[in-house]
Design a protein around this ligand. Sequence first.
Ligand SMILES: [Zn+2]
Length: 51
Amino acid sequence: MATCTACGSTTDEAPVTWTAQTTERGRQWLCESCTRENLRSIEGRLDEAWW
Ligand SMILES: [Zn+2]
């Protein structure tokens, strides 16, 4: 059982497209679409920091 921490959607078994993050609050999941949005903002931040 996995729950997306961003949008709250749940799944019995997290597919490989979901992203797992282990934090101090335990394992947290991001669903496929939220992972994509997250990646975009991470990449945006990386670009700024990188250049
Ligand atoms: Zn989500």
